[in-house]
Write a protein that binds this ligand. Structure first.
Ligand SMILES: CC(C)(COP(=O)(O)OP(=O)(O)OC[C@H]1O[C@@H](n2cnc3c(N)ncnc32)[C@H](O)[C@@H]1OP(=O)(O)O)[C@@H](O)C(=O)NCCC(=O)NCCS
Length: 304
């Protein structure tokens, strides 16, 4: 597998009539209710068909997610319209070095009609324009269509994750002090991420510290792990699994869908199982461009 540059992997544009009169434009706040409804319906329809609980439990939760994305300048949102009606949307996380696509949602009535392909193409073009060295996404493994579409667009499956949830563990690890991160910790957190992943996630770390959500693990006076907040939308990086256990063990929420556990870390996966966490669903990390096999322990976010 190679780290092909994003620009080399841009898909061929679809034939002009392929998406049947589709137009794309940047998402604006007025789109929030309709994009929220479509986001809920797209995922719930799919989950129901496979006997899974929906990713977004209600339209209100999905709408809140869309609101958070459209009103955050770190994300680029695009909606697809046909005959003046929104039929889908997607977002590009532009906060850090690696760009991340998601969520992508197409109205169930319009699915399998190439709307998703056109939206994804727009995200890849945007990432290429911004010279992102890599683009990633996390795909729900039971969704054959998205898996196939993303592979056709050039994404490689790099990792498999289990989203795991449960009751707070209330565990502490002697010698592993978990405390709220301060701005003085930011450089050490970013350096740790570079050591483990080959790039930082500074655009997420800084705001999480500013909001008081980020935590660090200290061992013998050194920062050996950090988290932007244990949970589905946040990430954690650490030197060892023990550092991760210290952060997961003291988390006050491990709610559905839960933490995103890399399955090529079997010790971590079994530790989560042994502590009563349940698998919500399995997902694939798919990537174009820069990718380094992790050199440490980590929990992914729903982005990558
Ligand atoms: C995933 C999603 C965004 C894709 O959008 P879409 O408009 O339905 O998909 P498209 O028609 O553009 O593309 C589907 C492609 O997969 C192919 N495909 C579909 N099912 C397939 C299967 N079982 N095996 C192989 N290929 C398959 C289609 O032939 C098509 O390829 P083509 O463009 O080369 O013809 C949309 O289905 C959706 O909203 N799903 C629910 C929410 C979701 O899962 N979002 C993604 C999160 S991971």
């Amino acid at each position: 597998m190679t780290n092909t540059a994003v620009i080399d992997r841009l898909p061929a544009p679809p034939p002009s009539d392929a998406a049947g009169g589709l137009t794309l434009r940047q998402a604006v706040p007025a789109d929030i209710p309709e994009c929220g409804r479509i986001l809920f319906e797209a995922f719930a329809t799919l989950a129901r068909a496979h006997g899974f609980p929906p990713d977004f439990p209600t339209v209100a939760v999905a709408t809140g997610c869309v609101r958070g994305l459209i009103t955050n300048a770190g994300f680029h949102g695009v909606v697809a319209e046909r005959d003046g009606h929104i039929v889908g949307s997607t977002f590009l996380d532009e906060r850090s070095t690696i760009a991340a696509i998601g969520p992508v949602s197409v109205d169930p009535a319009a699915q399998d009609g190439r709307v998703g392909r056109v939206l994804m193409g727009a995200m890849l073009e945007r990432a290429a324009e911004r010279h992102a060295p890599g683009v990633r996404l996390v795909q729900i493994s039971y969704h054959n269509r998205s898996l196939s579409l993303y592979a056709k667009l050039g994404f490689d499956v790099r990792e498999t994750f289990a989203a795991m949830h449960g009751e707070p563990l209330r565990l502490t690890q002697p010698g592993y002090a978990v405390r709220v991160a301060t701005p003085a910790d930011e450089a050490a957190c970013n350096a740790l991420c570079v050591r483990v992943h080959g790039h930082d996630r500074a655009g997420e770390v800084g705001p999480a510290i500013a909001k008081g959500k980020a935590k660090v693990v200290e061992r013998l006076g050194r920062i050996t792990g950090y988290t932007t907040g244990i949970g589905y939308f946040n990430h954690s990086v650490a030197e060892t699994n023990d550092d991760l256990y210290a952060m997961i063990g003291t988390a006050t929420h491990l709610m559905q869908p839960g933490i995103v556990v890399p399955l090529d870390n079997p010790e971590l996966f079994r530790w989560c199982l042994a502590h009563g966490l349940r698998v919500f669903f399995v997902m694939n990390l798919m990537a174009i461009g820069l990718y380094q096999e992790p050199r440490g322990a980590y929990l992914a976010s729903v982005g990558y």
